[in-house]
Each structure stands twice: as structure tokens, then as C-alpha cells.
Design a binder for this molecule. Structure first.
Ligand code: NAP
Length: 354
């Protein structure tokens, strides 16, 4: 299985690179001298998908390198709580271990908790947001689907209030749109996000786009929560949950593995800032008994990741309907007193190091 993955990786590596993922040695492989890992046959260096030069050949070897990268100083006990940075290896391991949590979310997910709940989803018109709205609809929730402009798919859903003209970079726009909400919500899913299409390197930096990503992905969700709270639209009975959809791209610890050559400055900065904002939110809101969890939704086949289409299958990308169930499963587990303020990978339910 690994050999066939490698063929695909070798194929894909020369085609594109993924900012959502990588095919370099994982933190777990670096902690075990027995773990198989990928390295260049030409030099001891680690690659992420597409960073592999055309003349480099990827082979499988044992961990003998002196330069193995550790993504954190975790203890062994801590490591069991954490997922690994190397996405292709994570996915290959999941298949090898027949990991039900990763491969068959239907086998463990129970969405019955959503029945009758009022759930606000930002960016509900397409991608993961639309898939979340459809899943909520399927489980009998009432959806408040916010967007800048609706889509046919969103408008076609029953039990849904479509809230248009909600531009999350503009507090007034949000406040105006939320005037349409008549009762407090049980769950908020801050999903809307933006990933500038071209690769950002020192030679191709786009500062305007960087600030736009930070505005949308990091500050936008805070605006949404602030306005909802100001307008008394968050349930205050101790059961309210806020899911912050960020990304593994926001993990600073994982950059050595996932971005050995840097790049994608704006996107990853925006998600790291989103993580920080979300953690602070979790700290501030816990006294109000509002739970906040920080969720990487996994690698999903959406418009945002279309540019990585060639590595979708290698790196375990799923249809957004599957990603939506994984997100909902994690939301079902949220608990302000026991399981809160954590950065979770919805693919396997394990934590991602900051
Ligand atoms: N797909 C993945 O594999 C993946 C992996 C990690 C994290 N994520 C995160 O998951 C979330 C959803 O991603 P996706 O793949 O579904 O992306 P997508 O298909 O590109 O959808 C992005 C959504 O965000 C909305 N949005 C963008 N800018 C906005 C703004 N200024 N105000 C209001 N809404 C705005 C878009 O609305 P418009 O239609 O109006 O543009 C759209 O609904 C994002 O936060 C993303 O970073 C995704």
C-alpha cells in the first residue's frame, strides 16, 4: 500500500504542492527510529507535496537521518493525544490500521443531538459551509445560513433561514444581517474563510491579499461572535457551543514538516492568528459557560482545494459531506468544562499542536 502511495506521491510531487498537507516525515516518525519515512535519495532533506524537484526520487527508508525534524517537545504520553503532521503518512497509517474514526465517520457519528437546535453557519452558500447546512437539515436542526449571496443549493434547503449580505470583514454588515435573527442560537459554526490562489513566496508576496486573509479568517469570526453576543443571540443556558473552523495550516509547530521551504505566508498566518483568537475566546467565554473549540475540518474537496486536485486521493481528501459529519461529530463532543479550547483535527479526532 505504501509503495502504491509512493508512486502516486512521486507523480503528484512534481505537479503541485499542498498547503493543507505534506508528504514529508511526520512528527511521529521522527520520534520512532523504526518508522518508515520519505526522503530524497539525493540529499537528506524533507519535502512537502510538490516541493520535490523533478530530478529527486522519493524512496522509503528507515529513520536514520541525523536531521529528522521534531515538531515539538512532546512527551510520549502527550504524543498519543496528538495527530501527526505528515498528511500522506497519516492517511496511509489510517488505512493500514483500518482506523474507523478516520475512514468511516458514519460508523461512529450520531447527529441526533442536532434535532431542534438552532445552528448558525457562516459561508453556508458553498463548500464545507453548504455541506454543514445540508447535514444539519438532514438531522432536523434549524439552520441560520449566513452568506454574502445565497446559492441555489442553500436556498433549496427546508428549515433554513438564509441570511444574505453578511460580509464578515465588516462589523456593520454582520450586525445588519443579524437583525433578521429572532431567537438565540445553540451552535455557531464560524466556517467562512479565504485562501488566496497563487503560491506566496518572497518573490511573489501579496501584502494586500495577506491582510485580506487575516481579516476574513482571523478577525472575521471574532466579529461574528462579538455581534452575536452584543445582540444577545447566544444561548445563555450553559449549552451554547462555538466551533471555529481554522486549519492545520495554522499550526506553527508543523511548519518544519509541512512547509520545509516556507511559502503560503498569508494563509498560514491568518489561521495561526485565528487559532490565537479562538483560544482567547475560549478563555473569555468559559465563565459564561459557552464552549469554544478550534477545528481543522480535514482535507475536503471544495473550491478552495481545487488547486490541489491531483493530490486529493493521496492525501485522503474527502467529499465535503464527509467533512461536515466529522465536524459535527467533534461539535457533539464539545463540553465547556471537560473538552474545550482545543485544536482538533476532525479527520482523526486527535489534537494538533499549536
Ligand atoms: N477545504 C479544505 O480542505 C479545508 C482545509 C482546512 C481548512 N478549511 C477551512 O474550512 C472553511 C471552509 O472552506 P471551504 O473549503 O468550504 O472553502 P470555500 O469553498 O472556498 O468556501 C469559502 C466560504 O467562505 C465564504 N467567504 C469568503 N470570504 C468571505 C467574506 N469576506 N465574508 C463572508 N463570507 C466569506 C465564501 O463565500 P462567497 O461565496 O461569498 O465567496 C464561501 O461561502 C474555511 O475557513 C477554510 O479555511 C478548509
Amino acid at each position: 500500500m505504501l509503495a502504491s502511495s509512493l508512486n502516486s506521491i512521486t507523480r503528484a510531487a512534481s505537479l503541485s504542492r499542498s498547503s493543507f498537507s505534506s508528504c514529508s516525515p511526520s512528527s511521529s516518525s521522527s520520534s520512532s527510529s523504526k518508522a518508515a519515512f520519505l526522503y530524497s535519495s539525493k540529499k537528506t532533506q524533507f519535502f512537502s507535496s510538490g516541493f520535490v524537484g523533478k530530478t529527486d526520487k522519493i524512496i522509503v527508508g528507515k529513520s536514520k537521518s541525523k536531521k529528522l525534524l521534531s515538531t515539538s517537545s512532546m512527551t510520549t504520553a502527550d504524543a498519543s493525544k496528538y495527530t501527526i503532521a505528515d498528511q500522506p503518512l497519516r492517511f496511509a497509517n489510517g488505512k493500514k490500521e483500518n482506523n474507523t474514526r478516520m475512514l468511516d465517520i458514519d460508523a461512529i457519528y450520531d447527529g441526533s443531538f442536532l434535532k431542534g437546535k438552532r445552528v448558525l453557519v457562516t459561508g453556508a452558500n458553498r463548500g464545507i459551509g453548504l455541506a454543514l447546512a445540508k447535514e444539519l437539515n438532514d438531522k432536523g436542526a434549524f439552520i441560520l445560513g449566513t452568506c454574502r449571496k445565497t446559492s441555489d443549493d442553500l436556498s433549496a434547503l427546508s428549515n433554513t433561514q438564509v441570511i444574505e449580505n453578511c460580509e464578515i470583514t465588516d462589523e456593520k454588515s454582520i450586525a445588519n444581517a443579524f437583525k433578521e435573527i429572532t431567537e438565540p442560537v445553540d451552535i455557531v459554526i464560524n466556517n467562512a474563510g479565504y485562501f488566496y490562489e497563487p503560491l506566496e513566496t518572497l518573490d511573489s508576496m501579496n501584502f494586500e491579499e495577506e491582510l485580506k486573509m487575516i481579516d476574513i479568517c482571523a478577525v472575521g469570526p471574532l466579529r461574528v461572535v462579538k455581534v452575536l453576543r452584543d445582540m444577545k443571540l447566544l444561548k445563555t443556558d450553559g449549552t451554547c457551543k462555538i466551533a471555529m473552523i481554522t486549519s492545520q495550516g495554522g499550526s506553527i509547530s508543523w511548519r518544519e514538516v509541512q512547509n520545509p521551504d516556507g511559502h503560503d505566508y498569508g494563509h498560514h498566518m491568518s489561521k495561526a492568528a485565528a487559532n490565537m483568537g479562538s483560544k482567547l475566546l475560549a478563555q473569555e467565554l468559559k465563565k459564561e459557560k459557552i464552549a469554544v473549540q478550534i477545528l481543522h475540518p480535514g482535507f475536503n474537496k471544495t473550491g478552495m482545494t481545487q488547486k490541489y486536485e491531483k493530490i486529493w486521493e493521496i492525501e485522503g481528501a474527502v467529499d465535503a459531506s464527509v467533512g461536515a459529519k466529522r465536524v459535527m461529530h467533534e461539535i457533539s463532543l464539545m463540553d465547556v468544562d471537560k473538552y474545550n479550547g482545543l485544536f482538533i483535527n476532525c479527520e482523526d479526532g486527535l489534537q494538533i499542536p499549536w
